[in-house]
Design a protein around this ligand. Structure first.
Ligand code: TGC
Ligand code: FAD
Length: 390
C-alpha cells in the first residue's frame, strides 16, 4: 500500500504553487525511499542514520530558505514548511537534524555573521559536508536561557570559553557548534566553536525513550580558545538566539503535521482492514469519532501553518504568532498519535507500525524549542501585556 497518502480535506493544495508541490514531492519520495524503510531499526538501536545526510542535502533540507549563493535552496517559507512536514512523516528526529542545521546553525551564521563566516561555513553546511549543532540550553537553564552561565573572556588575540550546554541535538557528531555565551559584561553573544578545539568535548546522552534516531549530547567548554573571528558580530542579547528559535519553531509547526498525518493515515487504513465482531473496526462509531476528530484537527493545523508561512513570507509573522502555531500543532500531533495507537490495539505498541515511535518522539517535540507551558505563557503575555516570566 501507498504509505504516504496526504490528508487534504480542505483542498489546501489549491493554495500551493507548482514549485511548492514539486519541492514537497521530492521530499516525500525521498523519505519514502530512504528514511521510512530504515528508521524504525535505527530508533530501536538508538542511532542516528548518518547515511541519510546527503539525501537531506539533496532535497534542500539544509538551508531551504538560505540564498543559493551560499549553497542554500533559495526557497520560500511555505516550501521550507512542506519539507519539514514530509521529513517528520518519517521521523521527528530526522526533522530535528534538519531544523538544527537550517534554522539554528545556518540561519544565525547567515543573519548575524560576517561575509567571511557565511562563505566559510554555509556552503559546507548546505551540502552536509559539515553538520552543526546549537548550544543554548544548560543543565540549570532550560526554559530560562537568559540565566545562562556559560561565558567567555577577552584574552587579546582570542576568547576563552568556559561552561556547559545540555540536550544538544546533533552534538555528538557535529563539526560546528553555534554556542551562546555571556561576555564579561553579561551580554549574550554567539560563537562558532569547531570540533578539535582544545578543551571542547561532546559526550553523548544515552537512555532516551524519545527521539532515539537523533543524536543528543552535551557541549563542554573547558578553557576553549576561540579565535576572535568566530564571534557572530551582527546581533547580541537574548533576542539573537530567540530569533533563530522563531525560524525553527515555525518549521516544527509544519513538521508536527507530518507526524500526525502518518499516524492518521496508518489508523485509517488499519480501521478498514481490521475485522472484529464481523466488521471492520472503522464501522464502529467510536473509531469513526477518533478518525473524524483527527482529520478535523489536522485540517485546522494545516491552516495555521499555511497562514503563518504566508505571514513569514511577507515578513509580518510575530514571535507570539509562531509560538501559537508550534504549541497547537505539536499538541494536536501528540493527541492524534495517542488515539491512533489505541486504534491499532496491541499492534500499536510494536515497531511494525510507526505510531508508537511518533508518540514517543513527540514528547521531545512538545518540550524542546520552548515547552507547551512556555508557549502558552508567551500567548498570555501577548494578549494581556502582563509578563508571567517576571
Ligand atoms: P525576554 O525579556 O522576554 O526577551 C529577551 C529579549 O529577547 C527578545 N525576544 C525575542 N527576539 C526574537 N525572537 C523571539 N522569539 C523573542 N522573544 C523575546 C525580547 O524582545 C528581548 O529583547 P531586548 O532587546 O528587549 O533585550 O526574555 P525572558 O528572559 O523573559 O524569556 C522569555 C522566554 C521564556 C519566552 C524565552 O526565554 C523562551 O522562549 N524560553 C524557551 C527556551 C527555548 O525555547 N529553548 C530552546 C532551546 S533550542 C532547542 O530546543 C532546539 S531543539 C531542536 C530540534 O532538535 O529541533
Ligand atoms: P525546565 O525549564 O526545567 O522546565 C521544567 C518544567 O517546568 C516544564 O514543564 C516547564 O514548562 C515548566 N516551567 C518552566 N518555567 C516555567 C514558568 N515560568 N511557568 C510555568 N512553568 C514553567 N536545547 C538546545 O539549546 N539545543 C538543542 O539542540 C536542543 N535539543 C534538544 C533535544 C531533545 C531531545 C530535548 C529533550 C531537548 C533539547 N533541547 C535543546 C533543550 C530544550 O530546549 C529544553 O529541554 C527545553 O527548553 C526545556 O528546558 P528544561 O528541559 O530545562 O525544562
Amino acid at each position: 500500500p501507498d504509505l504516504f497518502e496526504a490528508p487534504d480535506y480542505y483542498n489546501l493544495d489549491e493554495l500551493l504553487s507548482d514549485e511548492h508541490k514539486l519541492v514537497r514531492q521530492a521530499a516525500r519520495d525521498w523519505v519514502k525511499r530512504d528514511v521510512s524503510p530504515i528508521i524504525e531499526e535505527y530508533a530501536q538501536k538508538a542511532e542516528f542514520p548518518e547515511q541519510i545526510i546527503s539525501g537531506l542535502a539533496e532535497i534542500g533540507a539544509f538551508g531551504p530558505y538560505i540564498p543559493e549563493e551560499y549553497g542554500g535552496a533559495g526557497l520560500d517559507q511555505i516550501s521550507y514548511g512542506l519539507i519539514m512536514q514530509e521529513i517528520e512523516r518519517g521521523d521527528s528526529g530526522v526533522r530535528s537534524t534538519a531544523s538544527v542545521q537550517s534554522s539554528l546553525v545556518m540561519y544565525p551564521i547567515y543573519k548575524y555573521g560576517t561575509e567571511e563566516q557565511r562563505k566559510k561555513y554555509l556552503p559546507k553546511l548546505a551540502s552536509g559536508e559539515w553538520m552543526g549543532c546549537f548550544g543554548l540550553t544548560e543543565p540549570d537553564h532550560g526554559s530560562n536561557p537568559g540565566g545562562m552561565t556559560t561565558n567567555f573572556k577577552d584574552k587579546g588575540d582570542h576568547y576563552l570559553l568556559n561552561g556547559a550546554k545540555m540536550w544538544i541535538s546533533n552534538a555528538p557528531f557535529a563539526q560546528v557548534a553555534v554556542v551562546w555565551a555571556k561576555n564579561e559584561e553579561g551580554r549574550i553573544h554567539g560563537l562558532i566553536v569547531e570540533r578539535g578545539m582544545e578543551g571542547f568535548s561532546t559526550p553523548e546522552t544515552h537512555n532516551k525513550w524519545s527521539l532515539r534516531a537523533s543524536a543528543t549530547g552535551e557541549l563542554i567548554f573547558d578553557n576553549v580558545k576561540v579565535p576572535k573571528e568566530n564571534l557572530l558580530p551582527n546581533k547580541s542579547g537574548l533576542g539573537a538566539p530567540l530569533g533563530c528559535l522563531d525560524s525553527a519553531r515555525y518549521g516544527i509547526a509544519w513538521g508536527a503535521i507530518g507526524a500526525a498525518m502518518d499516524c492518521y493515515d496508518t489508523a485509517l487504513r488499519y480501521s478498514k482492514e481490521r475485522i472484529q465482531f464481523g466488521k471492520p473496526i472503522g464501522q464502529f462509531q467510536l473509531q469513526q469519532k477518533k478518525l473524524a476528530e483527527m482529520i478535523t484537527e489536522i485540517t485546522k493545523a494545516q491552516l495555521l501553518a499555511w497562514r503563518v508561512g504566508v505571514m513569514r513570507n511577507a515578513g509580518t509573522a510575530t514571535s507570539a504568532q509562531i509560538s501559537m502555531a508550534k504549541r497547537n500543532n505539536v499538541d494536536m500531533a501528540i493527541n492524534i498519535a495517542r488515539e491512533a495507537r489505541q486504534m491499532l490495539g496491541g499492534m500499536g505498541i510494536t515497531g511494525e507500525y510507526s505510531i508508537m515511535r511518533h508518540s514517543m518522539n513527540l514528547e521531545s517535540v512538545i518540550t524542546y524549542e520552548g515547552t507547551h507551558d512556555i508557549h502558552l505563557l508567551i500567548t498570555g503575555l501577548d494578549i494581556t501585556g502582563l509578563n508571567a516570566f517576571q
